[in-house]
Design a protein around this ligand. Structure first.
Ligand SMILES: Cc1ncc(COP(=O)(O)O)c(C=O)c1O
Length: 466
């Protein structure tokens, strides 16, 4: 063997990871790597790069799960090689998905929970798309049956998450969004009725408006639509975007009527990976009953073995998230979910009561179970100038690793900047008090070092989920 090759072999045999070949030379970033790398070294390279990400537990912008029990991690590993779509090969996983659907139908008071239709999705976004398609198909069938044109569908909603803008654009639907205005940050029955007409495929109230965390009044809107039907004959369906709230209200505010107790609610979507407490990658959509999911939307495939009815946008999907969701339902039950979510609301209330003492802030959401999700959202009081913007505050908190996004509202309220904290499983009272310390320190810092050129929304980089 030539001498230089022997040197190479010696290099490969060194067992100190950081003196290894891959870690002592520059690695290609945008070219496809030519050679193999030892697993240990490749792992170290990737793990080190991940270090530069934010710390998920301090990410108070996200609604999604950032802490899981070790048993969930174990179940995820057990399910790693299973494809959820392959129900013929993995019938027990399919059965778990089916059970979750019926459990959610039961939680959301479907008239016949055992005979409902529903499915998992990769998140709320896919679930919203599926529900929206079903609404469009139902509306079109009704229009055709009445001999009326069905070429100008619209949907009516309040200030929604971007998924609904996507839905409207991708499926060619006119979006009629009640704009936010000063003091009014959600859709109400009056503003909704102004936009509804015979081409409305559905009204979409949000249970936990992404901008603020506040619930839109589903019951009031259902009543207004009942009255509209009594007066004009117009029958408009409701789909509830319960991304966060549909996993909160049933446990912590059971009197909030948003679900199938209202006959006008035809479908509900929610994120299993938000307050459903499952790891990232699962959403749910449930229809009131089988009749609300048009048969034409369901494909039957036979190439996985058996006859497989499928209704989703993606085909292959990891099974672990659904398995973990089922575990959570079994493990926690109603009381467990209630206990965890109640604790989140309490921590949120503590944060809300302290934040208003730190600066001239007005709360838009104060973590009250009957009116919203466990969120604290605030703005600088109108007419006040504390000498910094909320974008400066977000930037300062980032220096300590906290991600507390600042962003502007929409519509004619787009001149209002807000900041928001999502309190979810893992945000303990103690962690909240550490955040508050840093919040107070940030204000003290601004007092000592006044901001001369405040940060603007354009300069702020925080992700805020809207
Ligand atoms: C109200 C609402 N709907 C839909 C979504 C999209 O959910 P996902 O991230 O699960 O796709 C979100 C995300 O924050 C949301 O807040």
């Amino acid at each position: 063997m030539p001498l230089h090759e022997r040197d190479n072999v010696r290099l490969l045999l060194r067992d100190s990871v950081f003196a290894g070949h891959a870690l002592t030379s520059a690695i290609p970033k945008y070219r496809f790597p030519r050679d193999e790398t030892l697993p240990r070294e490749a792992f170290q390279l990737v793990a080190d790069e991940l270090m530069l990400d934010g710390n998920a537990r301090q990410n108070l912008a996200t609604f999604c799960q950032t802490w899981e029990e070790p048993e969930v991690v174990e179940l995820m590993a057990l399910s790693m090689n299973k494809n959820l779509i392959d129900a013929d090969e993995y019938p027990q996983t399919a059965e778990m998905e089916r059970r979750c659907v019926h459990m959610l139908a039961d939680l959301w008071h479907a008239p016949e929970a055992g005979n409902t239709a529903g499915c998992s999705a990769i998140g709320s976004s896919e679930a919203c798309m599926l529900a929206g398609m079903a609404a469009k198909w139902r509306w079109r069938a009704r229009r055709k049956a009445a001999g009326k044109p069905a070429d100008r569908p619209n949907m009516v909603c309040g200030p929604v998450q971007v998924v609904w803008h996507k839905f409207a654009r991708y499926w060619d639907i006119e979006m009629r969004e009640v704009p936010m205005s000063h003091g009014t940050y959600a859709m109400d029955p009056v503003s909704m009725l102004e936009l509804v007409d015979e081409n409305t495929i559905m009204v979409v109230p949000t249970l936990g408006v992404t901008y603020t965390g506040a619930y839109e009044a589903v019951e009031a809107m259902a009543k207004a639509l009942d009255q509209l039907q009594a007066d004009t004959g117009l029958d408009v369906d409701i789909h509830v975007d319960g991304a966060s709230g549909a996993f909160l209200a049933p446990f912590c505010a059971p009197d909030v009527m948003f679900d199938f107790r209202l006959p006008r609610v035809k479908s509900i979507s929610a994120s299993g990976h938000k307050f459903g407490l499952a790891p990232l990658g699962v959403g749910w959509v449930i229809w009131r009953d089988r009749a609300e999911l048009p048969e034409e939307l369901i494909f039957h495939v036979n190439y996985l073995g058996g006859d497989m009815p499928v209704f989703q946008i993606n085909f292959s999907r990891p099974a672990g998230q659904v398995v973990a969701q089922y575990y959570n339902f079994l493990r926690l039950g109603f009381q467990g979910y209630k206990g965890i979510h109640d604790a989140c609301y309490e921590v949120g209330q503590y944060l809300a009561s302290e934040i208003v003492k730190v600066g001239p802030f007005d709360l838009l959401c104060d973590s009250t179970p009957a009116t919203g999700i466990p969120t604290v959202t605030w703005r600088i009081r109108e007419g006040e100038d504390p000498g910094y913007t909320l974008f400066d505050m977000a930037d300062r908190l980032r220096a300590r690793g906290w991600q507390v996004p600042a962003y502007t509202l929409t519509g004619t309220a787009s001149d209002i900047a807000v900041q928001r904290i999502l309190v979810r499983l893992g945000v303990s009272r103690d962690l909240a008090s550490l955040l508050l310390d840093d919040f107070r320190d940030a204000v003290a810092h601004f007092d000592k070092h006044p901001v001369t050129v405040p940060m603007s929304k354009e300069e702020s980089t925080g992700f805020n989920h809207v």
